[in-house]
Design a protein around this ligand. Structure first.
Ligand code: F6P
Ligand code: MN
Length: 320
């Protein structure tokens, strides 16, 4: 079995991209270790377990953000970062080559119940002679050089793509390194499993209401088959399930708050997951457009998301 560094060195990934991936994933191993300590992490502090009692306890999403931020900013190939936990982009090295957008701890409300969370990352290759600005980040997801996530579940897994398919790695906790456990990933075109937060049903647009009504009508309904439902409440967990065994994941537009076209963030949730899903043969759309084609207007922009099994995404979007 190949380790992550062997895998990267044997492919066509440039050395500078290998460096970004290596810094990101090494830090995720440290985040994984912090998560294992649970609430203790914020009490004990992260620096070699030194006791920082007396300091205010930090939440794990803030700790994760600070770990990724300081590791990435220290790397000379990094031009700038953007994070769910930072209002603005943070420039690093003007002569760096990569912009990294990340959600340091997706699904962080799951922390309180010791359930699945993850780190999602999106990497763009971009150079310039002046310090990076937000405008440099505002590129459609199809320009991503790499995208992926680290899932902190019963085992810690890394799933990523550099545009040549998707592969999965599992953390070997004894060696402290990721080892490739699945070289190819394919999302079946059809499915009988969906993921959506049903409690928002009354706020959805009419076509989404009709689509889900037909799903739950099962064998007796127009779809003539029974559907199962799952909801991890962390996008990273739901997308991981889809990459493992198929399905469709939806966080639709709703009219709860007319100023928000969806809940999920384009730059560090929808785009990286969209690239992974497409690279595994699935589809990733808003209720109207291919996610990877969207021209972003802001680093924290929200979008509606319908992704997973190609034929099921088509069926969902065919409701008008
Ligand atoms: O990051 C936003 C997020 O936590 C996603 O990971 C997840 O899919 C979604 O929100 C959960 O939403 P809800 O609170 O409606 O279940
Ligand atoms: Mn998130």
């Amino acid at each position: 079995m190949q380790s992550l560094s062997q895998f990267l060195a044997s492919g066509s990934t440039s050395e500078s991209l290998q460096e970004v991936l290596s810094v990101t994933t090494q830090t995720c191993i440290e985040i994984s270790n912090a998560l294992k300590k649970g609430s203790l992490a914020g009490i004990l502090g992260m620096a070699g377990n030194e006791n920082v009692q007396g300091e205010e306890q930090k939440k794990l999403d803030v700790i994760s953000n600070n770990m990724l931020k300081s590791a990435l900013l220290a790397s000379p190939v990094v031009r700038a970062i953007a994070s769910e936990e930072e209002d603005d982009i943070v420039p690093a090295h003007t002569d760096g080559e990569y912009l990294i957008a990340f959600d340091p701890l997706d699904g962080s409300s799951n922390i309180d119940i010791n359930s699945m969370v993850g780190t999602i990352f999106s990497i763009y290759h971009q150079t310039g002679t002046a310090p990076a600005t937000e405008a440099d980040f505002l590129q459609p997801g199809k320009n991503q050089a790499a995208a992926g996530y680290v899932l902190y579940g019963p085992s810690t897994m890394l799933v990523f793509t550099t545009g040549n398919g998707v592969s999965m790695f599992t953390l070997d906790v004894d060696k402290g390194e990721f080892v490739q456990t699945q070289p190819t990933v394919e999302v079946p075109k059809d499915t009988q499993e969906f993921a959506i937060n049903m409690s928002n049903q009354r706020f959805w647009a009419a076509p989404m209401q009709s689509y889900v009504t037909d799903l739950i009508s099962g064998k007796e309904g127009p779809r003539e088959k029974n559907f199962n439902m799952r909801w991890v409440a962390a996008m990273v967990g739901d997308v991981h399930r889809i990459l493992c065994r198929g399905g469709i994941f939806i966080y639709p537009w709703d009219n709860k708050d007319p100023s928000k076209p969806g809940k999920l963030r384009l730059m560090y949730e929808a785009n990286p997951m969209g690239m992974l899903i497409e690279q595994a043969g699935g589809k990733a759309f808003t209720h109207t457009d291919r996610i990877l084609d969207i021209q972003p207007e802001g680093i924290h922009q929200r979008v509606a998301v319908v992704l997973g099994a190609a034929n099921e995404v088509d069926t969902c979007l065919s409701y008008k």
